[in-house]
Write a protein that binds this ligand. Structure first.
Ligand SMILES: C[S@@+](CC[C@H](N)C(=O)[O-])C[C@H]1O[C@@H](n2cnc3c(N)ncnc32)[C@H](O)[C@@H]1O
Length: 492
């Protein structure tokens, strides 16, 4: 089955060598003497063997890969390498309970996308073989996330007290639907660390997987655990992969207790019935810290109108010279709304419903996509003519909260971290209305909020309007914008 299916089907995205080295360094840092030379390490979905290649000499390494072409290359990385199915297959040197450690970056996605639509035998094998299949609500077996099966398989491959280092999509840590599976896992393994990996690691056309490295230790028996879990998400993802990974390793080695939002230490019990992704905990911690300094209020308390643009299926909007402008997420840049090339549609037509007409002073939030929500872009509408929003832009009309202040607040660390906590998982990041309402904002005085608006109007807006004239003007506008956000952050 393997070789005639193509690379996309098999979810083949390989671990860069620097991330593989990092994963092994994290594993060694945590397991210490428990993983000395001579230890047995397996990767049941080994690809070209990137993870196994990161392990030094002297270890007994075993790899399995379903795609024969890759397996050929992978052979060099391990003592033993099989071509075959690492999930359901049986191999002489790959018996369950025999390994000290599993290192894996398994395929992610729907079972049927990797294996093809399951026949009856396969359905039965998966249902009988994997307990997690009964723990995820609302999923048919064909649509079941294959990475969950690999987690269960990995857990069985190691001996009791054996170690697992798994690179997994953030959905595993964040999706509410997988809560039952997370709790199941927590009873069988101690979570030692979850380290968020930068978005760029597995981003390319057709793949936008935010991932994290999960380090687990299988328990001797089902029950509680004593180890504290470290949830790590270094700041400065945009400063380059190497620097980011070094920083993550430093955080892991040094701060034992909860010292900063970038490295949070929790008890095993705190992970029960909860998300595990570091950015979620980071958002929570920043908000708790903020609550100790200033009064907070739910953003929803100030929202008078919340909607998004029309979703019209089956056709594309045509340009109407004299029509109503439509604001789409690509029109929102760092310093505000790029009004230059807005699409115009027929007034009062399907693309211009009254309910999503934008007014002067409305806050605009691109609610989806790595390039918009992922970049944490917002804007306040300062046009005088009526406009509308596209289907991926949320229109937020506020009362009792200055929209400019709200914009800048959601650019500060505690604001941004809350949005990032919701924008998780594989595929397109997005945020729901309920999540938007639940965001917490610092209730600063009206005068203070208005001051920030004044600064924007004086210092940024004139440059924003001229941003197309040159790169220098655009960059200067962005620099001044950043200063406002930095000042607000200091003020909080
Ligand atoms: C995300 S890639 C990672 C590969 C490698 N571990 C790495 O980190 O570079 C997942 C690999 O699993 C392989 N794969 C998919 N289903 C498999 C299965 N049932 N058994 C073994 N390998 C499988 C894919 O062909 C792909 O090479």
């Amino acid at each position: 089955m393997g070789s005639e299916r193509n690379a996309e089907d098999l979810a083949q995205h390989f671990t860069p060598a620097s991330v593989a080295d990092f994963a092994w360094a994290v594993m060694r840092t945590i397991a210490k003497r428990d993983l000395e030379r001579g230890a047995r390490v397996v990767d049941p979905a080994a690809g070209e063997g990137a993870l196994l290649a990161a392990i030094g000499p002297g270890y007994h390494t075993v790899g399995v890969e379903i795609d024969a072409r890759l397996a050929e290359k992978g052979r060099r990385s391990a003592k033993l390498f099989y071509t075959g199915d690492g999930l359901l297959g049986d191999f002489p040197e790959m018996k369950e309970g025999r390994f000290d450690c599993v290192m894996a970056n398994p395929p992610y996605g729907k079972l049927k996308d990797v294996f093809g639509v399951l026949d009856d035998d396969m359905q039965a094998a998966v249902e009988q073989g994997f307990k997690v299949t009964g723990l995820v609500s609302g999923k048919t077996l064909n649509a079941f996330p294959i990475e969950m099966l690999f987690i269960e398989r990995a857990l069985r491959l190691v001996r009791p007290s054996g170690w697992l280092a798994l690179i997994l999509p953030e959905g595993v840590f964040a999706n509410a639907r997988l809560q039952g599976a997370r709790d199941w896992l927590l009873r069988r393994a101690e979570v030692h660390a979850v380290v968020a990996l930068p978005g760029e690691v597995f981003r390319r056309k057709g793949l936008n997987a935010r991932t994290a490295l999960l380090v687990l230790r299988r328990k001797e028996s089902v029950g509680g655990g004593l180890a504290r879990a470290r949830l790590i998400a270094p700041a400065g993802e945009d400063r380059g992969l190497e620097g980011y990974l070094q920083q993550a390793l430093r955080l892991l080695k040094h701060s034992k207790r909860q010292v900063a939002a970038t490295s949070i230490s929790v008890r095993q019990g705190q992970l029960a019935d909860s998300r595990w992704d570091p950015r979620f905990w980071q958002g929570g911690k920043l908000v708790r810290d903020l609550a100790g300094r200033v009064p907070l209020a739910p953003f929803g308390d100030y929202i008078r109108h919340l909607t998004y643009g029309p979703i019209v299926t089956g056709r594309r909007p045509g340009y109407v010279e004299t029509g109503v402008p439509v604001i789409r997420q690509g029109n929102i840049v760092e310093t505000g709304l790029e009004e230059g090339d807005l699409l115009r549609v027929e007034a009062d037509g399907a693309y211009d419903p009254l309910r999503s007409r934008v007014r002067y002073g409305d806050l605009l939030l691109p609610r989806s996509g790595a390039g918009a929500l992922g970049k944490n872009r917002l804007a306040v509408y300062l046009g005088r003519e009526p406009a509308n929003v596209g289907c991926f832009v949320d229109l937020i009309r506020l009362e009792g909260l200055n929209p400019f202040y709200a914009w800048f607040f959601f650019k500060t660390r505690p604001g941004r971290a809350q949005i990032a906590a919701f924008a998780n998982g594989v595929g397109t990041p997005n945020i729901s209305f309920a999540e938007i309402r639940s965001l917490q904002v610092a209730a600063l005085s009206t005068a203070c909020q208005d001051d920030f608006e004044g600064r924007y109007r004086r210092e940024v807006w004139p440059l924003h309007k001229r941003r197309r004239e040159s790169d220098e003007i655009r960059a200067e506008g962005e620099r001044r914008f950043r200063l406002i956000v930095d000042d607000l952050e200091r003020h909080l």
